[in-house]
Each structure stands twice: as structure tokens, then as C-alpha cells.
Design a protein around this ligand. Structure first.
Ligand code: CP3
Length: 351
């Protein structure tokens, strides 16, 4: 626990942390994945000034500013650090750039020789500006706002490292763990070690909780899910807890559906994010009975707005409101979402 929150009486603690500790609250705390981003004109302005997404990520003054923008505008219960999951491969020595309008590119690591080459370039200090961003945000965030740090899960990060870009089916990573599981294991282990250091540094600099984004967890069958998602995530969680026993850790194995109860029990996360298309009755009975849940409004519904938005907000609250629950989307907000819909969402959740 951070020094600021550990001695406070329960009622005085931010709603988000109370929900994470297992309390059911009459009004759930709310934040949105990708809440600092392109749907906000103030983000687009600073992004234009920075020139590139990565220049924004690695400039502590600007990154702190964009982290705070959605808090100022909407008063969300939590702020999430502005950065990207792919800064960890960069610290591992891999070149990273973003192609405007397309997405991330890395020089692929698909054999032993390439892994050796990038290891020679590895430098955890690459992440120092991100840690400085954490310190700055912490210093200017209102006390009632929880601060969330994050990293990518080993499996999801490995899919980008191996393919060198986003892929629809994670084919290159799957081909590699099929043909050379020992090499794939090495890549996973490097990511786990770097991510333990990175999350520990974020906690030391002032985040209250961390989230592990496993965007591609849903593309693995049960055996591969165990080996490449559950086992490395368990080691990541244990590694962070070995340094910070009170660390609050949210897992987000997107698309893992019926494998989530096992994921929760085997990894030891404190709470879990739910994708939009999960069966809500199943999630309430089999997942929320184990840990607090976070989710799961469909970002498409938020973008569309109208009466369907109100109906879906009510359905999410109906499913999860009786237990420990953080309101969120099932995936990141879409860049063309009208700001008025976000305002409607907040009004509906807080009504
Ligand atoms: O949630 C937040 O607001 C915190 C910041 C954050 C970003 N990316 C900022 C970002 C977080 C937590 C992420 C996670 C992330 N990044 C994931 C996991 C979650 C998910 O979305 O599945 C993944 C797979 C990435 C890798 C990544 N970064 C991709 C594939 C892309 C391109 C797609 C896109 O949305 O443009 C990015 C770019 C990115 N990351 C942007 C932002 C705000 C857009 C950059 C811009 O301004 O041009």
C-alpha cells in the first residue's frame, strides 16, 4: 500500500481501492481503458505538438499532462499512466516505431541470433522517463483519484516482439512456440523479468495499482493458455509481490472467457478485467465470486450512444453491481467516440 492510503479508515479511502479490496459499493468507481487519447481534442493538440506517439510517451511533462486530461475533464475515479505496453521490448533492446494510421512496428525477433543481438542493446534506463512521469502525475493527482500503472502480459508482448507488428491471429508467435518452444520460453522469461522491474519501479514512484494487459489471451487453447499466459503471469505477479507484498494487481486476459476463473486462481491477481462479450451471468457467478471484476461495456455501444447506451449501462450494473465492481469498458475507447457520450456514461453510472 502507498503510505498515503494505508492508515486511513475504510470510509475515507478512494472508492476504487475499496472496490479492489472486495467492497460492493452503491455507485461503482469508473475509469475507461484508453481514456487519455484521440477522442479528446486536448490530447490531439499535445500529440500534434509532440510530433509522434513515442515522443509523447517519453516526455514526462507531456505524458503527465495527457494522463491528467481525462481526470480534469470528467473526474474519473482512476487515472492510468500514459505510456504503451511496447516500451518494454524497447528496454529489452528492440527497435520500436509507430506508423501513422497503422500501428506499432518492431524489428522481429524470430531466432536465437536476433535475440542475442537485441540483448546486447538492452537498457532498462530507457524506461526512466516513464517512471519520472509517474512521479509527476502522483504529485498533481487529487487524493481521491487512484493512479494505475501497467505493463503488457508476457504472451501479448511476445506476439508483437516475434511478428514485429500486430497480427490478426498471432500466427508468427504461435509458429515459433510450435517450432522452437525453448527460444519462445527465453523471450517470455526476458519479458517477465523486465516487467517485474518495471512494475516495481512504477509502484515505488507512486502508482496505487497496476494492470497487466493480455489483449491476445483469447487466442490460445487451454494447454497453450496454461503455458504461455497463466504460468508467466503467475511468475510476474509473484515477482512484483516479492518486492511489494501489498501491490494491487489487476489482470486483463481479454477473450479468455471460461478460462478466467482458473487464471484468477492460478496467477493470484487481486481483480480481473472482463471483455464485452463474456457471458455476464457466468462472470458474476464464477468470477466475481472469486475476485472483484472490472468492465465490460462494449466500446461500440459507447460510440453509438442513444437509448442503447443507457440500457447497456443498466445491464452491466445489474449484472455486477451487487458485488465488488469497477465500471469500465470491455476494451479501449474508440478514437471517434463523441465526448457527449462519455458524459452520458458518467451521468448514468453516477445517477
Ligand atoms: O489506457 C490508457 O489510456 C493508457 C495508455 C495505453 C496506451 N496503450 C496508449 C496508446 C495503454 C494501457 C495501452 C496498451 C496497449 N498498447 C495494448 C494493450 C491493450 C489493447 O489495446 O489491446 C496494446 C496491444 C498496445 C500496442 C499498441 N499501441 C497498438 C497496437 C497501437 C496502435 C493502435 C492504436 O490504437 O493506434 C498503439 C498506439 C497507442 N497506444 C495509442 C495510445 C493513446 C494511439 C497513439 C496515437 O496517439 O497515435
Amino acid at each position: 500500500m502507498s503510505p498515503a492510503t494505508q492508515d486511513r479508515p475504510a470510509l475515507d479511502r478512494p472508492a476504487f481501492l475499496r472496490a479492489l479490496s472486495g467492497e460492493a459499493l452503491p455507485t461503482p468507481p469508473i475509469w475507461m481503458m484508453r481514456q487519455a487519447g484521440r477522442y479528446l481534442p486536448e490530447y490531439r493538440a499535445l500529440r500534434a505538438k509532440a510530433g509522434s506517439f513515442l515522443s509523447l510517451c517519453y516526455n514526462p511533462e507531456w505524458a503527465a499532462e495527457v494522463t491528467l486530461q481525462p481526470i480534469r475533464r470528467f473526474g474519473f475515479d482512476a487515472a492510468i499512466l500514459f505510456s504503451d505496453i511496447l516500451v518494454v521490448p524497447q528496454a529489452l533492446g528492440q527497435k520500436l516505431w509507430f506508423v501513422e494510421g497503422e500501428g506499432p512496428r518492431l524489428e522481429p525477433v524470430a531466432d536465437e541470433r536476433r535475440l542475442g543481438e537485441i540483448e546486447a542493446q538492452a537498457d532498462q534506463d530507457v524506461l526512466a522517463p516513464v517512471i519520472e512521469t509517474v512521479r509527476r502525475v502522483r504529485a498533481s493527482l487529487p487524493r481521491e483519484t487512484t493512479f494505475i500503472g501497467f505493463c503488457g502480459a508476457p504472451w501479448t508482448v511476445a506476439t508483437y516482439m516475434v511478428a514485429g507488428r500486430g497480427t490478426p491471429d498471432q500466427g508468427p508467435a504461435k509458429a515459433l512456440f510450435g517450432s522452437d518452444p525453448a527460444l519462445f520460453q527465453k523471450i517470455i522469461d526476458r519479458i517477465v523479468d523486465a516487467s517485474i522491474d518495471y512494475l516495481a519501479a512504477q509502484i515505488e514512484a507512486g502508482v496505487d495499482a497496476v494492470q497487466i494487459f493480455d489483449s491476445w489471451a483469447g487466442s490460445l487453447g487451454p494447454d497453450d493458455f496454461e503455458r504461455w499466459c497463466v504460468t508467466p503471469t503467475r511468475r510476474l505477479v509473484a515477482g512484483v509481490r516479492a518486492r511489494h507484498p501489498q501491490a494491487r494487481i489487476i489482470g486483463f486476459p481479454r477473450g479468455a472467457g471460461r478460462l478466467i476463473p482458473h487464471y484468477v486462481q492460478a496467477t493470484g491477481v487481486d481483480a480481473v478485467g472482463l471483455e464485452s462479450d463474456i457471458d455476464r451471468a457466468f462472470a458474476r457467478d464464477e468470477i466475481q465470486s472469486l475476485v472483484p471484476v472490472q468492465g465490460n461495456l462494449d466500446p461500440l455501444v459507447l460510440r453509438a450512444g442513444g437509448p442503447e447506451l443507457e440500457r447497456e449501462v443498466a445491464a452491466v450494473r445489474e449484472a455486477f453491481g451487487a458485488g465488488p465492481f469497477v465500471f469500465n469498458l470491455g476494451h479501449g475507447i474508440l478514437p471517434d467516440t463523441p465526448i457527449a457520450h462519455v458524459e452520458r456514461l458518467l451521468a448514468a453510472v453516477r445517477a
